[in-house]
Write a protein that binds this ligand. Structure first.
Ligand SMILES: Cc1ncc(COP(=O)(O)O)c(C=O)c1O
Length: 343
């Protein structure tokens, strides 16, 4: 039987032949000493791409977000996060457990908080309220189905935070998907943020790694924080080499993933048992409500038996993610399989 069509996440991609070749040929050194030329090149390329002074290669998005929280926010203060954000829901309470920071939760519209609410939360508070020392945003927003944060919303949120002297970190695990969807440069999409985390290991197809970008002093401190967390790596150029291939070859092609996700969402919207507005699918994540919600497990099992893996995102919500190992034929097969059950 052929390999399943894996739509659980864009993290499931296998490194391409070009990546594996680059890994074999990578020049390496001890990165804790700053001696790995491939890591150094990747960090410079990532910083340039995002329009920041410097960047740091970190093992995961989770670690990059945690380091940003640790460096921006003080223990015993609050970080404002969106209710469905990845950092709040899917990172094991790391900001509370390891950074000593209380998440102050606001509910956004498609992942985008209301600037007036941020303004209210940041205003001078009596001494017995913990101060807000960070605003954390997410673009694209995973739980909101890959929703893109629009430039005017981003600017309004950053302006409010700035007015209160509060730094703003972007969990941009998929910010390159946002840049493609907005037809903007990555640097424009992240302009104004104090720091940005983006992942090489999602739509870009690298086997591991994320980049934390910021001002030079911030990244120097981030290097120390990474070491404290046990994330100091040695001859890690073998992994950075794959990341460099990802940046060179796999950004523009994200548009293909978006087109396939849009086509799939349109088909899903016409399939009994699913509720989705395909006009809300802007990037590579398709999330539908299963009707009734209890039918979710049955759908997952049915798809698995037919050779398609899907994921979940909350009660009664099914998630399909397109990526570079999913072609048009795989989308067609998945649509046919869904329709065969309801025909
Ligand atoms: C929006 C978002 N942020 C952060 C992460 C964490 O990345 P990692 O799995 O590399 O820790 C993910 C992973 O899915 C994500 O979707």
């Amino acid at each position: 039987m052929s390999a399943p069509i894996d739509l659980r996440s864009d993290t499931v991609t296998r490194p391409s032949a070009a990546m594996r070749q680059a890994m074999v040929e990578a020049e390496v050194g001890d990165d804790v000493y700053g001696d790995d030329p491939t890591v150094n090149a990747l960090q410079e390329e990532a910083a340039r791409l995002m329009g920041f002074e410097a960047a740091l290669f970190v093992p995961s998005g989770t670690m990059g977000n945690l380091i940003a929280v640790q460096l921006h926010a003080q223990r015993g203060t609050e970080a404002i996060v969106e209710a469905n954000s990845h950092a709040y829901n899917y990172e094991l309470a790391s900001m509370a457990a390891l950074a000593g920071v209380l998440p102050r939760v606001v509910r956004g519209v498609r992942g985008c908080p209301d600037p007036d609410e941020i303004d209210y939360l940041c205003r001078n508070k009596p001494y017995y309220h913990a101060p807000v020392t960070l605003l954390l945003l997410e673009n694209t927003h995973n739980y909101a189905g890959g929703a893109v944060l629009k430039a005017q919303d981003k600017d309004a949120l950053i302006a409010v935070a700035r007015r209160h002297g509060v730094p703003v970190h972007l969990d941009g695990a998929r910010v390159l998907n946002a840049a493609i969807a907005l037809a903007s440069s990555p640097a424009e999409v992240v302009s104004g943020f104090d720091s940005v985390l983006f992942c090489l290991s999602k739509g870009l197809g690298a086997p591991i790694g994320s980049m934390l970008c910021g001002a030079r002093g911030f990244i120097e401190r981030a290097r120390a924080a990474r070491k404290r967390l046990g994330g100091g790596m040695r001859q890690v150029g073998v992994l950075a080499a794959a990341g460099r291939v990802a940046l060179r070859h796999n950004i523009a092609r994200l548009a293909e993933d978006h087109a396939r996700a849009g086509r799939f969402a349109a088909a899903l919207s016409g399939t009994p048992g699913f509720r989705i507005d395909p006009s809300e699918v802007e990037t590579n994540i398709v999330i539908a409500d299963v009707d009734p919600p209890e039918a979710l497990t049955g759908w997952l099992d049915y798809l698995r038996a037919g050779g398609v893996l899907a994921g979940t995102m909350g009660r009664g919500r099914i998630r399909f993610v397109t990526h570079l190992d999913v072609d048009d034929a795989a989308i067609d097969r998945t649509i046919a399989l869904l329709r065969a059950r309801t025909a």
